[in-house]
Each structure stands twice: as structure tokens, then as C-alpha cells.
Design a protein around this ligand. Structure first.
Ligand code: SF4
Ligand code: SF4
Length: 82
């Protein structure tokens, strides 16, 4: 899963781009729900939020490093739940 850092300027550009509705406004800045973030696996070749963020504040969460297979399985789980 990816992570939004405190460099976020709350511009709201990323939120509507997420295919998994994983992004929402948090207490101080935007947040990614890690259980919903597939790093866009299953939807797009590149993480859409990273593509649009004007300040490049969305790295991989060092505590949630996942393989492509794990991300794909998360995508399939989300599809089943939808
Ligand atoms: Fe959403 Fe994709 Fe960004 Fe994860 S990488 S938060 S799934 S847009
Ligand atoms: Fe924050 Fe970047 Fe999303 Fe804008 S696009 S709300 S700066 S994470």
C-alpha cells in the first residue's frame, strides 16, 4: 500500500482518481486506507494518485510493502466485497 506523508497540501486531486476509494480526508491531511490500496494493481499500470499528486508526497508505506501477487489478491478480495 502507498502512504500520504505530511507534505500533503490537501489539494484533493488524488481522491477522485483512486479506483478503490482508498483516499479520504484525515485529521490533518489526506490519508490512504491500506486495506483498500492495491497500488492500482488490477486497474492501472501505475498508481493513479502518484501520477496526479503535484508535490510527490505518496511513497510506498514502509510498513506495508507488498508483492504484486499480494496486491492482486487484495484487488480480487475487494472485487468480491463490492
Ligand atoms: Fe488508490 Fe491506486 Fe493510490 Fe492506492 S495507489 S491509493 S489504489 S490511486
Ligand atoms: Fe495531498 Fe497529493 Fe493528494 Fe493533493 S494529490 S491531496 S497533495 S496526496
Amino acid at each position: 500500500a502507498l502512504l500520504i506523508t505530511d507534505e500533503c497540501i490537501n489539494c484533493d486531486v488524488c481522491e477522485p482518481e483512486c479506483p478503490n476509494q482508498a483516499i479520504s480526508m484525515g485529521a490533518e491531511f489526506y490519508e490512504i486506507a491500506p486495506d483498500k490500496c492495491t497500488e492500482c494493481v488490477g486497474h492501472f499500470d501505475e498508481p493513479q494518485c502518484v501520477q496526479v499528486c503535484p508535490v510527490s508526497c505518496i511513497p510506498v508505506d514502509p510498513n506495508r510493502v507488498e508483492t504484486k501477487l499480494t496486491l492482486w489478491q487484495k484487488y480480487q478480495g475487494l472485487q468480491r466485497a463490492a
